[in-house]
Write a protein that binds this ligand. Structure first.
Ligand code: NI
Length: 146
């Protein structure tokens, strides 16, 4: 008998500083492309992340996954390492990455995905950089163009 596949989501908050820039570009070019996010003296964002996992409902608990357990895993593997940090210089798993929200969400996916318990899969991440701007990622890869 096929079981319902249900998605559950936990929303978490953190603050972090960053600078968007390419070292091989002039300050003028970086400012033109990245705007205020290219400020050489850093700046911060209040990030929100929504972590969605998908699975069947455990008949014993009625849960897909305990959201407290999900929160703990996301805190340990991601939030504790980026909260109140500088994303350009303090986070080893972001090293060498221009910390746009796009690059950041994919790095979080790569880090989090293997740390989930069996029986659920990471279905979606939504990363808010401001109350108006967010990116989402569901683990998909673009078809190869070659
Ligand atoms: Ni910024």
């Amino acid at each position: 008998m096929p079981q319902p596949l249900v998605r559950v989501t936990r929303r978490l908050h953190f603050n972090a500083a960053h600078r968007l820039y390419r070292p091989d570009w002039t300050d003028e070019r970086n400012a033109e492309v990245f705007g205020p996010c290219a400020n050489p003296h850093w700046h911060g964002h209040n990030y929100e992340i929504e972590v969605t996992v998908e699975g069947t409902i455990n008949p014993e608990t009625g849960y897909v996954m305990d959201l407290g357990d999900l929160k703990d895993r996301v805190n340990e593997s991601v939030i504790d390492q980026v909260d109140h940090r500088n994303l350009n210089v303090e986070v080893p798993w972001l090293e060498g990455l221009n910390p746009t929200t796009e690059n950041f969400v994919v790095a979080i996916w790569t880090r989090l995905e293997p740390l989930l318990p069996s029986g659920v899969r990471l279905a979606r991440l939504v990363l808010w950089e401001t109350p108006r701007n967010y990116v989402e990622y569901e683990g998909e890869l673009a078809p190869s163009s070659s």
